[in-house]
Design a binder for this molecule. Structure first.
Ligand code: ADP
Ligand code: MG
Length: 382
């Protein structure tokens, strides 16, 4: 059964009535621009066909009732009893009500049925999908008239202030603002966005996502030390953020840093920001070969300068390139997760098979793969 039908059915079971409507908000993947967000830099995510679906209707009281089709669980609370730092899947949804109330929006209760095919914990942002789909629904149900970027900010605030996860704005901005056939350029300082054409099929190309299924427990600690390195480097370089270091004369500038590790960390961030700008230019010029080069260069920078890759993602990239990919890179925070492969459509099967064979040969589990078509951002379906 399709997910829109599944949530409709679950809603009727929960409430005995039809929902007002059904909304959808997608997961996302980052095409290029890794660890640039907290350096006030640039990212270029696109929305995935995988998405969260929500059937919803207003209530006249202050009760929220939620049923999760995927987990087979239900949650019920009144708006007055919501408080931050709750555990559990429902906190991503209850938190949206809390954040909207805190921001002064006049909302009451609602009945909700949720289902999603964004895989959980794979780096495709299943959490942003469920937050954004609910912000979207409440914005419509209560006629709040919240502008798209503000909707994304409220969803992010849910994750930061209610769930208690310190994440950036990229995931919620992508889920809310992306449009089909485009990547979303986001300037993480000014919050300026641009829709950048990503019509791969028109050029006989596609992006294959290879989930290496590797997740490393030390990733959080490594993330914190990378952030600290960047703060130290920007302070020593006398700039507000590494975003402000120009690419011209970079080597001379970085040579003033006292520590080789800081040189490499800063070099990744500055060159990665430039690669995002170059990738936008390449896409606007229909130059997918150049996009591929930039993706591969991004991976090398993450591997050698930022040191956030690990053996499985390096193997996937290496084998994909040897099997004829135009470009390949790890995507997401690092130390495992997914690899993006840009290739001609006719080569995808061979590349997927070569990576799978290399994984099995080296004693790893076969990776999960899917083709990522740039999909639409959040909205009402019916
Ligand atoms: P991700 O990288 O997928 O965003 P997170 O740890 O940030 O991983 O968020 C995953 C959490 O979001 C899950 O543990 C669960 O609490 C919630 N979640 C995501 N999708 C669903 C769903 N379909 N139903 C219920 N909860 C979900
Ligand atoms: Mg998440």
């Amino acid at each position: 059964m399709s997910l829109d039908l599944a949530v409709h059915e679950a809603f009727v079971t929960l409430t005995g009535r039809d929902p007002d409507s059904i909304w959808r908000a997608p997961g996302r993947i980052n095409l290029i621009g890794e660890h640039t967000d907290y350096n006030d830099g640039f990212v270029l995510p696109f929305a995935l066909p995988q998405a969260a679906y929500l059937a919803a209707a207003r209530r006249d009281d202050e009760v929220i009732r939620i049923t999760s089709v995927d987990l087979g669980e239900q949650f019920e609370a009144t708006l007055g009893e919501l408080a931050p730092n709750q555990d559990g899947w429902h906190s991503y949804l209850a938190g949206v009500f809390w954040v909207l109330r805190e921001a002064g929006y006049p909302i009451g209760g609602a009945d909700l049925a949720l289902a999603s095919d964004v895989p959980i914990g794979a780096g495709l942002s299943s959490s942003a999908a469920i937050e954004c789909v609910l912000v979207e629904a409440l914005n419509d149900l209560y006629d709040l008239g919240i502008a798209p970027m503000d909707r994304a900010k409220l969803a992010r605030r849910t994750e930061n202030a209610y769930v208690g996860a310190p994440t950036g704005l990229m995931d919620q901005a992508a889920s809310t603002l992306c449009t089909q056939g485009h990547a979303l350029f986001l300037d993480c300082r000014s919050l300026e966005v641009q829709q950048v054409p990503l019509d791969l099929a028109a050029h006989g190309q596609a992006i294959l996502v290879i989930d290496t299924l590797t997740r490393h427990s030390h990733a959080d600690g490594e993330y914190a030390t990378r952030r600290a390195d960047c703060e130290q480097a920007s302070a020593l370089l006398g700039v507000p953020a590494l975003r402000d270091v120009p690419i011209e004369g970079l080597d001379e500038r970085l040579a003033t840093l006292p520590d080789e590790r800081l040189v490499r960390r800063a070099r990744h961030v500055v060159t990665e920001n430039q690669r995002v700008l170059d990738a936008c230019a390449a896409l606007r010029a229909d130059d997918l070969a150049r996009l591929g080069e930039l993706m591969t260069a991004s991976h090398a920078s993450m591997r050698d300068d930022y040191e956030i890759t690990e053996a499985s993602v390096d193997l996937a990239v290496e084998v994909a390139l040897a099997a004829g990919a135009a470009g390949a890179r790890m995507t997401g925070g690092g130390f495992g997760g997914c690899v993006l492969v840009l290739a001609g459509q006719s080569r995808l099967d061979a590349i997927g098979a070569a990576v799978t064979a290399a994984f099995v040969e080296s004693g790893r589990a076969a990776p999960a793969t899917f083709v990522a078509r740039p999909a639409a951002g959040a909205g009402r379906l019916t």
